[in-house]
Ligand binder design. Structure first.
Ligand code: IPE
Ligand code: IPE
Ligand code: MG
Length: 247
């Protein structure tokens, strides 16, 4: 099936977010260590970024490491952090070639120095590109982000910059790490798990969800395109009734 051809270019989601899951099981199926799966997931990141940029997606957010992932065995966490440095380094070529700017959300202070340095360098080097923004969620969890936003607001009140009456959705959103990024219209999760795992809870209030049974290292361009075609078949009502929706 040529999914790309079926995409209506006028009705693209502006922002696609992906929970990249299943690296460990992919490796296990092949009798390898979990890190083997993480290594092979890099190709899927490259393919997905290229595929999204090719059709004109403006924002692509990838959940790469959650706050909860710090509780994995130390050896896996270390391997993931090392892989991250290598990948950012190697894949900066993909970013330049495709004119993709890099951003990151999450508790970046908790990353090892070298990882953070590489990350900030790649962010700086690509900031001029506006074809697509790729956002890596690193040491990210939505509850962490929401609690942080609440703290920021409390501090503004303490400093008498605002009063509690000023708190509304817009103000709250402006205190989230995603404040410059529109909400994702489409959220994809791979590996046949049907959960959100603490990802963008506020931002996905009205996102369409697409679950793929493929493990992340098997995810390719056509899989992204299939999800977008599926998204385009849906009627997004935002609480209204069907007759109220202008087609
Ligand atoms: C996703 O794959 C990558 C990260 C969470 C870092 P997993 O490592 O969760 O792989 P599975 O889900 O155990 O197969
Ligand atoms: C979610 O995957 C986090 C990332 C993809 C980075 P997990 O594999 O950590 O999620 P759970 O633990 O199965 O919910
Ligand atoms: Mg997993």
């Amino acid at each position: 099936m040529d999914w790309k051809e079926k995409i209506d270019k006028d009705r693209l989601p502006r922002h696609v977010a992906i929970i990249m899951d299943g690296n460990g099981r992919w490796a296990k199926q092949r009798g390898k260590f979990r890190t083997f799966g993480h290594q092979h997931g890099v190709k899927s990141v490259r393919e997905t970024a290229e595929a999204a940029a090719e059709i004109g997606i403006r924002y692509l957010t990838l959940y790469a490491f959650s706050t909860e992932n710090w509780t994995r065995p130390k050896s896996e966490v270390n391997a993931l952090m090392k892989l991250l440095v290598r990948t950012i380094n190697k894949e900066s070529k993909t970013l330049h070639e495709n004119k993709i700017s890099l951003k990151a959300i999450g508790n970046l202070d908790s990353l090892p120095d070298i990882t953070r340095r590489e990350l900030f360098e790649a962010i700086k080097e690509t900031q001029q590109y506006d074809r697509m923004t790729m956002i890596l969620a690193l040491s990210y969890s939505s509850r962490w982000e929401i609690v942080n936003a609440a703290k920021t607001i409390a501090q503004k009140i303490e400093a008498k910059e605002i009063s509690s009456a000023d708190i509304d959705q817009k103000l709250f959103e402006s205190c989230l790490t995603t404040n410059t990024i529109p909400d994702p219209e489409l959220l994809i999760r791979t590996s046949g798990e049907y959960r959100i795992s603490n990802f963008l809870l506020w931002q996905i209030a009205y996102s369409e969800l697409f679950f793929s049974t493929k493990y992340w290292p098997d995810f390719r361009k056509e899989d992204l395109y299939e999800a977008i075609v599926d998204f385009q078949k849906r009627e997004r009502r935002f609480g209204k009734i069907s007759e109220q929706i202008i087609k």
